[in-house]
Write a protein that binds this ligand. Structure first.
Ligand code: AMP
Length: 143
């Protein structure tokens, strides 16, 4: 299955933050939606960065709890690696492993259309493995 197929199986809107949002508000959004990262967009909806729970932990560890009043722009990663609707699960896994991150925003025709997390990738990989096992069992039983 490719990214477009995974996105179809996911429900819910894409959660975004603005560069001027506070880390405190962003931490609350991460918690209330039970997610680990949020894409940062400008007023036109263009991708400006990504901020994950790891960035917030690092901000607090390095600058203390008052950094929760700082804005997202200060601690987000601006150089975002993305994926496209036609990318495969194997390509996502290798991009996440190489980049050492767990989230990939999906961009189609220059527009942000979703986000894939490592949880989505693992879920899909397990489903594919189970299908392969079933097919193998069927093949052995029929032999
Ligand atoms: P994560 O593992 O996704 O929580 O992110 C770990 C670090 O990588 C954080 O500093 C994120 O801002 C950054 N990061 C997460 N996803 C991406 C991405 N797709 N492209 C570039 N950096 C990312």
């Amino acid at each position: 299955m490719n990214v477009a197929g995974i996105l179809k199986l996911k429900d819910g809107d894409l959660i975004t933050a603005r560069p001027s949002d506070s880390l405190q508000d962003t931490a609350q959004t991460l918690t209330s939606h039970n997610i680990g990262a949020i894409v940062v967009t400008d007023e036109k909806g263009d991708l400006r960065g990504i901020i994950s729970e790891r960035d917030i932990v690092r901000a607090i560890a390095e600058n203390g709890p008052h950094s929760l009043q700082s804005d997202v722009k200060t601690f987000m990663t601006a150089n975002v690696v993305t994926c496209g609707p036609d990318d495969t699960v194997a390509e996502l896994m290798s991009r996440m492993t190489e980049g050492r991150f767990r989230h990939l925003p999906v961009v189609e025709n220059d527009a942000l259309v979703g986000i894939i997390s490592i949880g989505d990738v693992v879920k899909q990989r397990i489903a594919e493995s189970e299908l392969e096992v079933e097919a193998m069992r069927g093949y052995i039983a029929s032999g």
